[in-house]
Design a protein around this ligand. Structure first.
Ligand code: TYD
Ligand code: MG
Length: 454
C-alpha cells in the first residue's frame, strides 16, 4: 500500500517539491503553502509506454520549417503579441484575472480561425454549452467548424484531440482539468503540471496549437505556477482595470518572438475590439487648460504610447505630507520630488502630492520621469502646460535629463497625433533632427525643462 500511494508535498505557490511538510517554502519563502498530494507511479509507466518507437532523431536539413509557419489569428493586436501570428504546434498560456476577458478573446480568435480547412476545438471546463453560445451570440456569427465541448477529464480530452487532430484547441481553464491517475484535486500543482505535460505532448506530437487559459493568484502569478510557465512556449497576460474598458495583452515569455510587445483591446458590448491607436485612446478626455496635466511618452515594445500624467500638489494640513502614485512607481515619484526640491528649487516638502497616470494604465519606463516632474511643477505653480506639448526623458539624481532609447519613434508618434512641441533630452538631438514639422526643445536639466513650460 505504502509503495503504490506515494505522497509528496508541493508548494502551491511556486511548485517546490518536498518529501516532508515544511512551514516555509525554501523556493519562494512563502509560509504555509505546502499541501500533500499523491503522485501516481502509474504516470511514469504510462508515458514510457506511449513514447515507444516514436523516438526518431532527425538531421537539421530534414526538419521541415514550413511547420513553423505562422498563421494570423485574425486580430492584429493578438498577432503582434504572439510575435507575428500563431505558430503551428505551439502551446500558449493565457493568464489573467477572472472576468477580464480571456474566454472572450479566445472565442473571438476561434471565430476568426475556424474555416473550411481549419477545425477548431473549444473545450470548456467552466461554462456550459449554453453559456458559451450566449456569449458567442454577442460576439457575432460562427461557423460549424468550431466545435465546442464541456469536459474536464483529461483522458477524454486527449483521446478526442488524438482522434480529431484539430488545428487549434482551447482549454478553458487548466485549473478545472483533472487526470484520473492523480488523486489530488483539480487545480493543485500536480494536476496542473500533469495536465500541461499531456497537452504539451499533444501539441508537439500532433502539431495541434493549444491555448490554455490559466487563472491568476492574488500575487499575480498563474495559479500553481511557475512550473506551468516553464513548460509552455508562450505566456500571455491579459490585464486591465476592471473599471476601464480597455485591456492590455502582454507577452511574459515567448519562444517565438519578442516579449516587449503589447496588444490593446477594448471591451465592448459585442466582444473585444482592437485599439489600433492606443495613444489617441488614452489621451481622449484630457482636460483642456488644467494645471498639473502633461503628456508623456512610454515605449511598449516597438510602439510608442502617449499617456497623460496628472499631478495634484497642495499644502499639507498634517506634519507628514501625504503622497500617492497611481499607475507608476511610488518610490520613483518620491525620488523625483526630492530632485525637484533640491535641483529645481521647488518647495514641496510641506506639500501633499498625488500623481496619477490617467486611464488606469501602468507605466514604469524611466522615460516618463520628465513628464512626472513637469506635471508636479505645473501643479505646484498652478501654471497650465500647453496641451500640444509632449515631454520625455529620464531624470537623474543631479537633476540632469538623460537619454532615452528610440527618441525618433517617440517624436514621430507625437507628430502623427498633431503635437506642436516636444521637450526631450539634449543628447537625443542627433537622432531626431531630421524629423520636420514639430518644434523640438532640447534640455539638459530638469530646471531648464521647467523654465520652458512654466
Ligand atoms: P470572460 O471572457 O468571461 O472573462 P474570463 O474568461 O477572463 O473570466 O469575460 C467576461 C466579462 O466580459 C464579463 O464581465 C462581461 C464582459 N463582456 C462584455 O462586456 N462584452 C461582451 O461582448 C462579452 C462577451 C463579455
Ligand atoms: Mg472564462
Amino acid at each position: 500500500m505504502a509503495k503504490t500511494r506515494k505522497t509528496v508535498y508541493f508548494c502551491q505557490n511556486c511548485g517546490y517539491e518536498s518529501a516532508k511538510w515544511m512551514g516555509q517554502c525554501p523556493g519562494c519563502n512563502e509560509w504555509n503553502t505546502f499541501v500533500e498530494e499523491t503522485v501516481s507511479p502509474l504516470s511514469a509507466g504510462k508515458n514510457g509506454k506511449r513514447s515507444q518507437g516514436l523516438a526518431k532523431p532527425k538531421g537539421l536539413s530534414e526538419i521541415d520549417l514550413s511547420e513553423d509557419e505562422r498563421k494570423s489569428s485574425g486580430m492584429g493586436e493578438l498577432d503582434r503579441v504572439l510575435g507575428g501570428g500563431i505558430v503551428q504546434g505551439s502551446l500558449v498560456l493565457v493568464g489573467g484575472d477572472p472576468g477580464i476577458g480571456k474566454s472572450t478573446l479566445l472565442l473571438q480568435m476561434c471565430r476568426n480561425l475556424a474555416g473550411k480547412e481549419t477545425e477548431v476545438l473549444y473545450i470548456s471546463g467552466e461554462e456550459s454549452l449554453r453559456q458559451i453560445k450566449m456569449r458567442a451570440m454577442r460576439i457575432g456569427t460562427f461557423t460549424d467548424s468550431l466545435k465546442l465541448l464541456c469536459e474536464t477529464n483529461l483522458t477524454v480530452i486527449r483521446e478526442l484531440i488524438e482522434k480529431k487532430t484539430p488545428k487549434v484547441a482551447i482549454i478553458d481553464s487548466i485549473q478545472t482539468m483533472y487526470d484520473e491517475d492523480i488523486s489530488s484535486a483539480p487545480g493543485s500543482v500536480s494536476q496542473v503540471r500533469e495536465s500541461t505535460s499531456v497537452l504539451m505532448q499533444l501539441a508537439k506530437g500532433l502539431g495541434v496549437t493549444i491555448f490554455i487559459v490559466g487563472h491568476v493568484t492574488k500575487e499575480g502569478n498563474v495559479a500553481g505556477p511557475r512550473v506551468l510557465e516553464h513548460m509552455v512556449d508562450t505566456v500571455l497576460y491579459f490585464e486591465g482595470d476592471r473599471h476601464a474598458s480597455y485591456r492590455i495583452l502582454r507577452a511574459v515569455k515567448n519562444r517565438f518572438g519578442s516579449t516587449n510587445e503589447i496588444g490593446v483591446f477594448e471591451m465592448r458590448n459585442e466582444g473585444l475590439g482592437e485599439v489600433k491607436n492606443p495613444s489617441q485612446f488614452l489621451l481622449d478626455g484630457k482636460p483642456q487648460g488644467a494645471s498639473g496635466s502633461v503628456v508623456a511618452c512610454s515605449m511598449e515594445g516597438t510602439r510608442p504610447i502617449l499617456i497623460e500624467v496628472q499631478a495634484l500638489v497642495c499644502q499639507s494640513n498634517f506634519g507628514i505630507p501625504r503622497r500617492t502614485a497611481a499607475g507608476t512607481d511610488f518610490n520613483r515619484v518620491n525620488l523625483l520630488m526630492a530632485v525637484l526640491e533640491k535641483r529645481a528649487g521647488l518647495h514641496l516638502s510641506t506639500c501633499d502630492a498625488y500623481v496619477n497616470i490617467a486611464g488606469g494604465i501602468k507605466m514604469n519606463e524611466p522615460a516618463i520621469d520628465l513628464g512626472i516632474c513637469l506635471a508636479i511643477a505645473s501643479s505646484s505653480r498652478d501654471v497650465v502646460v500647453d496641451d500640444r506639448l509632449l515631454a520625455f526623458g529620464e531624470v537623474g539624481l543631479s537633476g540632469e535629463v538623460r537619454a532615452v532609447s528610440m527618441a525618433e519613434q517617440r517624436v514621430a508618434e507625437a507628430k502623427k497625433l498633431g503635437f506642436d512641441r516636444v521637450i526631450l533630452p539634449k543628447v537625443c538631438q542627433k537622432s531626431v533632427e531630421k524629423i520636420q514639422g514639430i518644434q523640438k526643445l532640447y534640455v539638459e536639466t530638469v530646471r531648464e525643462a521647467i523654465q520652458c513650460v512654466c
